[in-house]
Design a protein around this ligand. Structure first.
Ligand SMILES: Cc1cc2nc3c(=O)[nH]c(=O)nc-3n(C[C@H](O)[C@H](O)[C@H](O)COP(=O)(O)OP(=O)(O)OC[C@H]3O[C@@H](n4cnc5c(N)ncnc54)[C@H](O)[C@@H]3O)c2cc1C
Ligand code: SF4
Length: 505
């Protein structure tokens, strides 16, 4: 019998993967490859490459132990063809196979590359999600706006998570209003579980250092989980020690604490080491056992079966041109300090330095610091998208692009966000301790020490008034702008212009 090739990509490290389920263990051949095309089509953070290659090597070993014939190509193997399709063709020649079974990749670029190959392709849907695309498209049919909240409620009903019959546990679907406490004085959590690199990881770290050591970000110390058992320990550590306070301080930011009560499970879910339902059930059990309060558990579950599922479906619904959208026609180049952290704006400096060190920043840092600034300054959303795709360990296009292009930059014209996520310095001041140690003064609206977010906020609203002044959710803000006297408006706008000049082209 002629064997078939079973493609397993670096973010498909799940034993229940649809491609594996459709294959025959005794006769089909699993193909896994560390290829330079995937590692370099954008210059990923070295921690991200090390995480994926380490997890791939361990997963391949696990499949072999389980009886699969795995043909694994390491980055430095002499015969490495350098791309996924090149490796598939090489393995096809080696084995005589002419058919590939794949699980749908999470990126249009790779889907198109597979479809273009001169091999017969069976592409299975990726079933590691709670929703299906058909289900989402049916839900979206005829709706004027695709608001996450309503989709999320359907996902609660579908999974039964935090449900009491047909009703949400506690009587409310969403406890977000309780989850906006500002930065606390102290954090009673020592951070995510960290793992000492074993032999497999050490070997990958040396390889990545030699090949990608000059990319943005620090490779070491490297402490992420790289197999399922470790990822489960990391999840359990979060549920025990952080989940109870996750909700309260979900949006807070601190100079001296990079993780607060966040879970750091996105990398593990995104490559397949953790299943989203397993993560949600563990959180639900913590509520049922009285270990964690409802606002924390509901907030956490909503991020996963709500936002995570929703952005996945938007990515595949909107099609391959999504990352090129630019509804606000923003053209500015990304300021250099996004690559160095060298700016007097303390919030940006802290979020970017942390990103370089950890390949991680939490949601509000991504949305309301780096994203907010790029949107206010009018940076080209495609450049912003590429920055996020490069620098975060959990960045895969299906999840990164809707968050950046849609939610953060409003470049899709409002498919994801009903209004732009912009704020002046006062939001950052309320939610963090960044402003206390900044060279700018957050309370100053104009003048040489004025917080740049304050200036740019009005500049953004003024230059986009045609687009947003009619938005009912922005009425109040525009009414405030209109009430301001003309001289003050002019001072704000000209100081904002002068600041933008300092950012370069
Ligand atoms: C501009 C921007 C870019 C982002 N890029 C990515 C990305 O490339 N990859 C990624 O996984 N997430 C991305 N997010 C969502 C979110 O910031 C991360 O999922 C989260 O910070 C991961 O850290 P955590 O596991 O500690 O999350 P927690 O705060 O502990 O949340 C729990 C889980 O909820 C899920 N989640 C929360 N918010 C979202 C969301 N908006 N979309 C999808 N899943 C969500 C994640 O899986 C996360 O692990 C982005 C958000 C923004 C605003
Ligand atoms: S004063 Fe402005 S620039 Fe400085 S940390 Fe606060 S928000 Fe950021």
């Amino acid at each position: 019998m002629v064997s078939r090739l079973v493609l397993v990509l670096g973010d498909q490290l799940s034993e229940g993967l649809s491609a594996l389920a459709a294959a025959e263990k005794g006769s089909d051949v699993v193909v896994m490859a560390e290829v330079s095309e995937e590692a370099t089509y954008v210059q990923h953070h070295p921690k991200k490459i090390a995480f994926i290659f380490s997890a791939m090597r361990k997963f391949a070993a696990r499949l072999r132990d389980d009886g699969w014939d795995v043909r694994y190509t390491r980055l430095d193997d002499a015969e490495n063809a350098g791309s996924i399709h090149g490796e598939l063709l090489r393995r096809a020649e080696e084995t005589g196979a002419f058919e590939v079974i794949a699980t749908q990749p999470g990126e249009w670029r790779l889907i198109e590359a597979l479809e273009d190959m001169p091999l017969r392709l069976t592409m299975k849907p990726d079933t590691r999600f709670v929703s299906t695309q058909d289900e989402f498209d049916t839900w979206a049919e005829g709706r004027k706006a695709l608001r996450m909240e309503y989709f999320y409620r359907d996902m609660r009903r579908k999974t039964g998570l935090l449900m009491d019959g047909d009703d949400p546990v506690g009587g409310q679907w969403n406890y977000d209003a309780e989850n906006r406490k500002p930065a606390p004085d102290d954090i009673a959590f020592s951070g995510p579980m960290q793992f000492t690199p074993d032999e497999t990881v050490q070997e990958v770290l040396d390889l990545v250092e030699a090949r990608f050591g000059n990319s943005f970000g620090s490779l070491r110390p490297f402490w992420f989980a790289t197999d399922q058992a470790q990822a489960r320990r990391a999840l359990s550590h979060f549920i025990t020690y952080a989940l109870p306070r996750f909700g309260d301080f979900q949006d807070a930011m601190m100079n001296d604490n990079r993780f607060l009560y966040h879970a750091l499970v996105s990398p593990y879910m995104n490559v397949g080491l953790l299943d989203p339902m397993e993560v949600c059930r563990a959180a639900e059990d913590a509520y049922t056992d009285g270990h964690a309060p409802l606002n924390a558990v509901e907030g956490f579950i909503r991020q996963i079966i709500g936002w995570r599922e929703y952005v996945r479906r938007i990515y595949f619904r909107e099609g391959p041109d999504y990352t090129r959208r630019n509804a606000l026609d923003h053209q500015r180049r990304l300021p250099d300090f996004y690559w160095t952290g060298e700016t007097d704006m303390n919030c940006l400096s802290k979020a970017i330095t942390q990103t370089a060190d950890e390949a991680y920043a939490h949601h509000i840092q991504r949305l309301m610091v780096t994203g907010n600034f790029a949107l206010l300054a009018g940076v080209d959303p495609h450049e912003v998208h590429e920055w996020y795709l490069r620098v975060y360990i959990d960045a895969f296009e299906w999840v990164e692009a809707p968050n950046v292009v849609g939610m953060s930059q409003f470049a899709d014209g409002g498919i994801i966000a009903s209004k732009p996520y912009v704020s002046s310095g006062s939001y950052i001041n309320r939610m963090s301790d960044y402003c206390k140690s900044c060279r700018y003064r957050v309370q100053d609206k104009t003048g040489k020490d004025a917080c740049p977010f304050n200036l740019l906020y009005w500049h953004f609203l003024d230059r986009h008034s045609e687009t947003f002044a009619g938005n009912p959710r922005m009425n109040q803000i525009y009414a405030n702008w209109r009430r301001m006297d003309d001289g003050r408006k002019q001072t704000i706008l000209s100081e904002a212009e002068a600041f933008l000049e300092t950012l370069g082209a």
